[in-house]
Design a protein around this ligand. Structure first.
Ligand code: FAD
Length: 471
């Protein structure tokens, strides 16, 4: 414990947004905190890769909602200001046509082939009129309940889900729709009349798709959190992958690289839940390895392409749903902020998502195949391609299979048996957290140790709140 501190000692695993903001909350509440991070820098999934004046975020990252800026500034990092940008440059490419993203009925109808419009409209009306009151049992049903069969097929949503998860939407939980396809909820919940009225206001709404984005790259956010954490006296030990965790009656011991051990009264973990469960023992418990195997993540391989041209496409980002495209999403970061590449040059970030253990071909031949497809789509000027880098990032997407909620509830029960350990964050709770959630939940969890010191009470509330979210 630090000299003069009257609080407790905490180890936090992972220096992503959750770990850093939890660390800040704990330090403000008067505790002593050390973060163990396996990588050489902070930020986790919210990092940026830099080379020769180019910056690539780990996939496009926007801060949603006006509240987060104020919350960050007023509570967590007072010196922080993040400008707003207009998110009007995202598109979805389906059937070789571009639609606005997040997509809206009017925009789809406006840009689809005229011959298809009438059947799509009839299907939309029918699906709204006869929509079943029973809840959807899988993602396909959830989407079709919202937009009807015809739009679901037309936009190739099923193929997009396969690219993301490697599974048919019939094998994916409807919870993913609720969390990730929030913009479709409007279609699900509104009557046709409300939808028609909304469609009239839609252009204005799309123009107001304002998000916050730090112009120097998304890593400014964990950078500022890490600064604040250090100012408050927190320590981060980098290159420190956790290998074993042992809960004792009065402390938790963690073994890292080269058998270095750390000990504290309590441990708060944002590392993948599967890793935490695999590596933890309290002497008496027996972890159910079958349970762990059911909690799978997908990883993303980012092809970072450099161009000797000031612009490669007209948009910030395009989602590719059609199965014939090898990639899922392409971003030109210069179209978010001009400081993301040197003057006169630009870049593309091409995302391919696959199973964790899958080995993806990242050779120059593969890159040429990707470039050929970009060229064929008609939306990219790839002739000034110069070279490329690869980023292989694990655990980017938790896979929500249809039975995932039962599995996660069993995992939460398992976690409850640890008296001095709490798991949280996107990977720690196997939850589709946004940056906002990660920051605010991490900070709130850290702060909760200020008013109450009863760890078991805080832990139970934490898991019960999460279980309630799953219902
Ligand atoms: C491609 C992509 C795009 C996204 N876009 C958006 C967006 O536009 N808007 C938005 O709000 N959110 C977005 N998100 C979500 C956002 O990135 C996450 O919510 C947030 O970064 C999660 O923070 P975290 O700290 O909970 O988890 P993580 O960032 O995963 O942090 C976990 C940390 O634990 C470390 N770790 C793992 N194992 C060990 C170990 N054994 N020992 C020690 N340390 C370990 C990791 O290195 C990492 O630093 C996106 C995510 C992805 C993948």
């Amino acid at each position: 414990m630090r000299e003069g501190t009257t609080g407790h000692t905490f180890l936090v695993l992972g220096a992503g947004l959750s770990g850093l903001s939890c660390g800040i909350g704990l330090l403000e509440a008067g505790h002593d905190v050390t973060i163990l991070e396996k990588e050489q820098s902070a930020g986790g999934l919210c990092r940026s890769f830099r080379a020769n004046g180019f910056t690539f975020d780990y996939g496009p990252h926007f801060l949603f909602g006006p509240g987060i800026k104020t919350a960050l500034k007023e509570n967590i990092v007072p010196s922080f200001d993040i400008p707003l940008i207009n998110r009007n440059g995202e598109r979805i490419l389906a059937r070789d046509r571009l639609f606005k993203f997040p997509f809206e009925p009017k925009n789809i109808l406006k840009h689809m082939e005229k011959t298809r419009m009438l059947p799509v409209l009839i299907d939309l009306v029918a699906s709204h009129s006869f929509r079943k009151a029973v809840p959807a049992s899988n993602l396909e049903e959830w989407i079709i309940n919202a937009v009807g069969n015809k739009i679901y097929d037309y936009i190739c949503l099923s193929d997009y889900v396969k690219k993301l998860y490697g599974l048919s939407p019939r094998e994916v939980s409807p919870k993913w729709g609720e969390q990730k396809l929030k913009f479709l909820s409007r279609w699900r919940n509104n009557s046709l009349l409300v939808m028609a009225l909304n469609a009239l206001k839609e252009d204005k709404k799309l123009q107001k798709q304002i998000v916050s984005y730090p112009p120097s790259g998304i890593d400014a956010i964990p950078g500022k959190l890490a600064e604040r954490y250090a100012e408050l006296g927190g320590k981060i030990i980098f290159s420190s992958p956790v290998a074993a965790i042992r809960e004792r009656h009065d402390c938790v011991e963690v073994t890292g690289l080269n058998n270095r051990t750390f000990s504290a009264e309590y441990l708060i973990s944002s590392i993948p839940l599967t890793e935490l469960l695999n590596n933890t023992s309290s002497g008496s418990d027996k972890i159910n390895s079958g349970l762990i195997m059911q909690l799978r993540h997908r990883k993303t391989v980012f092809f970072l392409l450099y161009f000797n041209a000031p612009r490669v496409m007209n948009y910030q980002c395009i989602y590719f749903t059609q199965p014939d495209y090898l990639f899922r999403r392409v971003t030109e970061f210069r179209n978010l902020s001009s400081s993301m590449s040197p003057a006169g040059k630009s870049s593309l970030c091409v995302e391919v998502t696959c199973n964790e253990k899958e080995v993806i071909d990242t050779s120059l031949d593969k890159v040429h195949a990707l470039l050929k497809q970009l060229d064929k789509s008609g939306h990219f000027n790839i002739k000034d391609f110069s070279h490329y880098d690869i980023l292989d990032v694990p655990n980017t997407y938790p896979v929500y299979t249809v039975d995932y909620m039962d599995v996660i509830k069993k995992a939460l029960d398992c976690l409850k048996s640890y008296k001095r350990i709490i798991s949280f964050g996107r990977q720690g709770l196997f939850f589709y957290n946004t940056m906002n959630n990660s920051i605010m939940q991490g900070y709130a969890l850290g702060q909760s140790f200020g008013s109450k010191h009863d760890f078991s009470c805080i832990k139970d509330d934490h898991y019960n709140n999460h279980a309630a979210l799953l219902n």
